[in-house]
Design a protein around this ligand. Sequence first.
Ligand SMILES: Cc1cc2nc3c(=O)[nH]c(=O)nc-3n(C[C@H](O)[C@H](O)[C@H](O)COP(=O)(O)OP(=O)(O)OC[C@H]3O[C@@H](n4cnc5c(N)ncnc54)[C@H](O)[C@@H]3O)c2cc1C
Length: 399
Amino acid sequence: MKDFDVIIIGAGIAGNSAAFHLSEKSDLRIMIIDKNDISSGASGLNAGHISTTGLGNDPNLQSYLTHGSLEIFKSFQIDRGYDIEFRQSGSIAAIQTEEQYDYALKNVLELRSNGKYAEIISTKEAKSIEPEISDNMHGYIYYPLRGQADPIKATTAFALEAQNLGTHIKVNEAVNKVYSESDGTFVIKTNKNQYTCNKLVIATGAWTNSLLKSLDLDIPIIPVRGQMWSSKSLPPNIFTAISAMQSQYDWNTDSTTDKNNPPELTHKDGKRITRHLYGRQRKNGEIIFGGDRENIGFTEKVDFSGVESNKNHVTELFPFISQIEIEKAWFGFMPFSIDGKPLIGKIPAYNNLFIVSGLASSGFGRGPMAGKYAAEVVLSDHMPSILSEADPSRFDQLN
Ligand SMILES: Cc1cc2nc3c(=O)[nH]c(=O)nc-3n(C[C@H](O)[C@H](O)[C@H](O)COP(=O)(O)OP(=O)(O)OC[C@H]3O[C@@H](n4cnc5c(N)ncnc54)[C@H](O)[C@@H]3O)c2cc1C
């Protein structure tokens, strides 16, 4: 008999959600294992934005991932009683130029014609939601359904709930090698032990490519460094989840093709191509913002010029930020697939090998539902059609 029916490697939001949904829906013997602590990867280092515009008239995978995840976070906060600091606060995106306004208007009209929730609001309307917001914008987009939660508390809640349902959790144990025996058993070798299982779920985020080299697989996921900064605790000043339209406008009007980089980065070949911005005020009063996304491997340091540039951008939206000191800055690695889309489901090269990764820059807000879909595929051994754009088989080398 194998040690476990299912082993999940990686205890971020994706792995913990998969563990929770698997243990909720089955009596399988499940273990989740992480080289560090629960939520020590991108899932514990992000801004905690949950970005949905609703399911709309004709939901696609993106709508199910974002809106489904929001509903799962909500149920953890309200039905299951975990204080994950979830709030359906809504979100505001600043429009800074006329070109951005035209783009934003087109975008909002398209969303609304699909039954989704977004509207252009004036500065006066924005100030009634965010009293400190700048008077100098061309307008704002208001997304009423969007929310926020504390990344570490939320990710840990999934792990605790999975554990309550019988999942074994191992932390501070790094998987060094994975191989498959002739009868299909997976052997997982760590720095401390060796385990066997029937089904293996890979949820190792930005580290996925190197881990799966031992199975002779070249998973097209690369680390993209994101970075953020925070203030000390301050009285409540910012109430919604904040973003700015500049990057979205720049990415959507950029017609150049680039096979070496995933889409939606802020830098190319070491040069800034746009300014991205997201942030909010935590329940403990800290104001947190970030934005940069760079394809520079596992470069484990903060680029302070990028942090400064982000703070200046935030000051354009909230003038009071000019008086605020940066207390902390940090970085994290986002798992970007080369086409920017997630990988959720079966890896066809091996029987009983599954993945939930490539959640890129919005994996906190999409992770709960991505983990739920992964759990459904593990249990049914079937890829539902909604997952076709996330199907790992789209990459030839995984077949
Ligand atoms: C600065 C920043 C801001 C962000 N802001 C947002 C946001 O506001 N909203 C949003 O939706 N998303 C945001 N994201 C993106 C989001 O954080 C990620 O997409 C998401 O957390 C990915 O989750 P994951 O579980 O796939 O990966 P991770 O959370 O990185 O988890 C992978 C886990 O695998 C473990 N692991 C790796 N290799 C091994 C091994 N060999 N053995 C054992 N364990 C291993 C790691 O230790 C890690 O815990 C942000 C990311 C960053 C970095």
